[in-house]
Design a protein. Structure first.
Length: 54
C-alpha cells in the first residue's frame, strides 16, 4: 500500500487525500465526518477508498 490514498466521504461525497498511517482521527474538510481512525499502523478507513497514491 502506498503512503497516501484518495478517499470519498460517505456522508457528502467529498474526495480527499489522506495519509495511510494516520496518527490522529482524519476528518472530512467539508462536512466534518470521520474518514479514518488511527490503529498504530495502517489507519482504519471509514470512507470509501478510491485510489492508492505513491
Amino acid at each position: 500500500m502506498g503512503d497516501f490514498v484518495k478517499v470519498k466521504c460517505v456522508d457528502c461525497n467529498n474526495e480527499q487525500i489522506i495519509f495511510t498511517k494516520a496518527s490522529t482521527t482524519v476528518m472530512c474538510q467539508v462536512c466534518g465526518g470521520v474518514l479514518a481512525e488511527p490503529t498504530g499502523g495502517i489507519a482504519q478507513f471509514k470512507a470509501k477508498e478510491m485510489e492508492e497514491l505513491s
